[in-house]
Design a binder for this molecule. Structure first.
Ligand SMILES: Nc1ncnc2c1ncn2[C@@H]1O[C@H](COP(=O)(O)OP(=O)(O)OP(=O)(O)O)[C@@H](O)[C@H]1O
Ligand SMILES: [Mg+2]
Length: 591
């Protein structure tokens, strides 16, 4: 409850005024039939007929209009404050979920599918918004109408009131039963929305792969299944809504018939002598009482749906961040040198796996050095470098930057000092210059051009009609694989990092351009520590040190010549590539 109150507090006036306005409307609804009864009684009973003068009619008419206007003001106010409170409630909640997702580590993100996070941020928050809106409008209105109706009905005829004393408990039992069945169905429905969103998101993101493998039919079938599951889950949940209304109506109109039947006897009977106005009045109150019960039933149904959504939202908000800098011992410290040390590091993605992905990794890179990392695919190269900017945390051992454990830096200061070009990199829907400025929002045009020159990107950007103002499509799909890689390197260089990590970042760049980038990094960024993961020996050959990895362990550290002499893995990679070079196959546009 405390959690939700946080979103209520800033809009407390609207949360209070909304239901109060609805109370005004309810009072009007209770008074109105009484005024009408006065008119009907005077019109239908011969002895009172004379009392219905023009003056009386006008007064009652004006009173009716007055009450109607006050009711309208109450209704409009209730709707306005209800909407204001619920929309703001939802907006703040959405912001908090988004902020939390921003703090997620890679490991946290791995737990939720993208589709599921999107559903929680949109659809689930909407369910809560609907519920809050409905709650504000109904919470006082429904009980007010019910209590007011009961009091008036009992005052008019205690004997007729027995009828709804019987039907009301029956209706309540029906409502409770429906809600009990409904809750689990709504949870299932939200899960189906998740699955559908995930399917669409994956398909749209990877549309090029889908088309190149001509897998549209397969994807369409996958969507059909997800869509059909959602349809079935929706139908099953909405059946509750479909049935609840007619059943409630049967109760309501059944009661009205019973009241009219026994009521007409009272009207005819000499003993009770009930007036026609009182009987119509009584019927109106019965309808009011029972429809307020229906309102409550709808409110509970929306509540059960909102509860399912609320639980899913809490899962995100309560997700324990497995990577935080709260306990950092030197939060003010910045990366200044660029020395990197791995001390007996062990790591695995799934904590209950017995196999390590990184095993006893131990090495030191001095600041300003260039280090190459090479090894077979899946041997743990990307995982290893992910430990430096704390994309994942080590399980055992430690990673030190400038002699300080990475866990003792604030995440911002640590990551500010490191420029990382991820293996699977992305550009955003914006101009080239704005994409590059991700590295440094305040970079001047000249600084951007210099970074692009170092990354061998300036030349091709200059050939574009709009140069650096050329807009990029989502993911950078309107530039080639190699061009994208070079823009990503330029973006990382603009950060002026102390440690630059290139994870297979020149795999789609031809060897001559790659050599150009290497020489620019060496000559123009001499103080920056450079860690270069590569598949090609030529990419790391000139590095100060080369780390050779195999299946999560380091099998050799040394210069090209030393490794070529005494490291079998290195020799194997070297000679396999030599053969290929001889056959004039020198890597290629793999990406
Ligand atoms: N996010 C992840 N969750 C679970 N397992 C992962 C994850 N990322 C990588 N792995 C596993 O960890 C191991 C090492 O992967 P890693 O990406 O570090 O290899 P790599 O050496 O960079 O390979 P490549 O040369 O193909 O890029 C692999 O067995 C991989 O399946
Ligand atoms: Mg990798």
């Amino acid at each position: 409850m405390k959690r939700w109150f946080k979103y209520v507090k800033p809009y407390l006036p609207a949360f209070i005024l909304g239901p109060l306005c609805m109370i005004v409307e309810v009072i009007g609804e209770v008074i109105m039939p009484r005024l009408l009864a006065v008119v009907i009684n005077r019109a239908t009973e011969p002895e009172k007929f004379g009392q219905l003068t023009v003056g009386v009619s006008v007064i009652i008419g004006l009173l009716l209009i007055g009450v109607a206007l006050v009711m309208m003001a109450g209704g409009v106010g209730g709707a306005y404050f209800g909407a204001k409170a619920s929309v703001n409630f939802a907006s703040d909640l959405r912001q908090d979920i988004f902020d939390k997702v921003q703090k997620f580590s890679f490991a946290n993100i791995d737990k939720f599918s993208t589709g599921s996070i999107v559903t929680r941020l949109t659809n689930d928050v909407n369910q809560l918004q609907n519920f809050v809106n409905m709650l504000l409008r109904m919470a006082l209105r429904a009980p007010g109408m019910m209590i007011g109706g009961i009091i008036m009905a009992v005052l008019i005829s205690p004997s007729l009131s027995v009828t709804f004393a019987i039907t009301m408990p029956l209706m309540i039992i029906t409502i409770v039963a429906f809600i009990a069945i409904g809750a689990s169905k709504f949870t299932r429905m939200q899960k189906s929305v998740d699955a559908l969103n995930s399917t669409v998101q994956e398909n749209v993101t990877n549309v090029r792969v889908v088309k190149s493998f001509v897998r549209e039919d397969y994807e369409t079938d996958k969507f059909k299944t997800a869509n059909s599951n959602l349809r079935l889950a929706g139908l099953s949940a909405f059946k509750i809504l479909i049935f609840i209304m007619p059943i409630m109506n049967i109760f309501m109109y059944g009661t009205v018939i019973a009241v009219v039947w026994s009521g007409h006897l009272d009207v005819i009977s000499e003993a009770t002598k009930m007036s026609v106005g009182d009987l119509t009045n009584f019927v109106t109150y019965v309808t009011q009482i029972l429809s307020s019960l229906m309102m409550v039933s709808m409110l509970f149904l929306t509540a059960s749906r909102a509860m399912a959504s609320g639980k899913r939202i809490c899962e995100v908000l309560d997700e324990e961040l497995d990577l935080s800098d709260e306990n950092a011992k030197q939060p003010e410290k910045k990366v200044e040198g660029g020395r990197v040390e791995f001390k007996n590091v062990f790591f695995r993605y799934y904590k209950n796996n017995s196999e390590w992905v990184l095993e006893n990794i131990d090495f030191t890179i001095n600041s300003g050095e260039t280090v190459g990392i090479i090894g077979s695919t899946g041997c743990g190269k990307t995982t290893l470098v992910s430990m430096i900017p704390r994309l994942y945390d080590v399980d055992e051992g430690s990673v030190l930057v400038d002699g300080v454990d990475v866990k003792d830096y604030s995440l911002k200061n640590l990551r500010d000092g490191i420029g990382m070009v991820l293996q699977k990199n992305l550009l955003f829907t914006d101009t080239i210059i704005e994409n590059l400025r991700w590295g440094d929002a305040d970079a001047t045009y000249e600084e951007v051009v210099t970074a692009a020159e170092h990354a061998a990107a300036d030349k091709f950007v200059s050939t574009f009609k709009d140069g650096y103002d050329t807009p990029l499509n989502k993911g950078g799909s309107n530039v080639s694989g190699g061009q994208k890689q070079r823009l990503c390197i330029a973006r990382a260089l603009l950060k002026k990092p102390k440690i630059l990590i290139l994870d297979d970042s020149t795999s789609a760049v031809d060897t001559a351009t790659e050599a150009q980038i290497r020489s620019a990094l060496k000559n123009d960024l001499p103080e920056c520590t450079k860690i270069i993961i590569a598949q090609r020996i030529s990419s790391v050959k000139d590095a100060d040190t080369i780390i050779v990895m195999d299946d999560g362990i380091i099998t050799g550290i040394g210069t090209h010549d030393v490794l070529l002499e005494n490291n079998t893995e290195y020799q194997e990679i070297y000679y396999s590539q030599m053969d290929k070079t001889e056959n004039a196959v020198t890597g290629g546009d793999a990406k």
